[in-house]
Design a protein around this ligand. Sequence first.
Ligand SMILES: CC(C)(COP(=O)(O)OP(=O)(O)OC[C@H]1O[C@@H](n2cnc3c(N)ncnc32)[C@H](O)[C@@H]1OP(=O)(O)O)[C@@H](O)C(=O)NCCC(=O)NCCSC(=O)C[C@H](O)C(=O)O
Ligand code: MG
Length: 277
Amino acid sequence: MSRPRRSALFLPASNPRAIAKARGLDCDAVILDLEDAVAPDAKAEARAAAVEAVRQGDWGHREIVVRVNAVETEWGATDLAALVGSGIDAVLLPKLSSPDTLAQARGALGDRPALWAMIETPRGVLDLPRIVDAGQGLAVLVAGTNDLAKELRCRPGPDRTALLPALSHIVIAGRAAGLMVLDGVSNVIGDPDAVEAECRQGRDLGFDGKSLIHPSQIDPANRVFSPDEAEVEWARKIVAAFEGEERGVIRLDGQMVERLHLADADRVLKIHRATRR
Ligand SMILES: CC(C)(COP(=O)(O)OP(=O)(O)OC[C@H]1O[C@@H](n2cnc3c(N)ncnc32)[C@H](O)[C@@H]1OP(=O)(O)O)[C@@H](O)C(=O)NCCC(=O)NCCSC(=O)C[C@H](O)C(=O)O
Ligand SMILES: [Mg+2]
């Protein structure tokens, strides 16, 4: 398993207070945004601040990612050029709609860093099979639920019913290619129960974690996307039951358990070990 990505916190790279705050927050990834959270006349300043924040380091266990402006925009090429050799863990490409854009970004960046892609346009959703098969160091898909709702002209509401087909499609495509998949943001601040409910929905759809916009959303995301005590105990039981066992299927606590469950138990225990801090 790659590193845990239960909580990926966006912040505008133009906000120095948020950058300072993020160094002390318990999120798994920090995404310095140069795109929609930054006004056009602050783009150059935000770009310079992001590069400086990466250079200064002190990010601890947190993965450090920069969301650039779309390659097709007037800022895209300059953003990518500024990040060459910067030492960031990944570049997040917004509104990714074609594998050609992945290749273009890779060409501009060289061998590193990894690429993450926001799937938030109808074309991006439809072309997911070609996008995930393109390689280019693509490691993570992130659902862009605000842009998707806008483009589809749908009304997701609190239960996000209108977005479920697209969200599931993102999970299916990501899993088919062995990528990690992160759910879109919740715009709700100050209602941890609502955020936790949305995290649970995302986890149950198959997402590995959630993208976030406020520090108060980190705890619910970390809690929901970590295996709970009962899951860890059950996983340990399965691993113990298969030790020295030659059969492919056994009966355990009144349930049928197969080796596919053993593989999943191994995954659960790996996440548990990686997220104990
Ligand atoms: C939404 C906000 C503008 C709210 O800001 P504010 O009202 O100032 O929040 P608070 O007063 O509650 O803040 C308390 C302290 O926490 C810090 N803070 C707030 N947000 C963050 C953050 N994201 N990261 C780090 N620190 C944060 C404040 O600075 C306060 O600190 P201090 O004063 O020292 O106590 C704001 O939360 C915000 O800007 N959020 C991120 C917005 C963003 O990045 N948006 C872009 C990504 S979302 C998106 O585009 C999704 C996708 O593309 C799609 O289409 O769906
Ligand atoms: Mg978006």
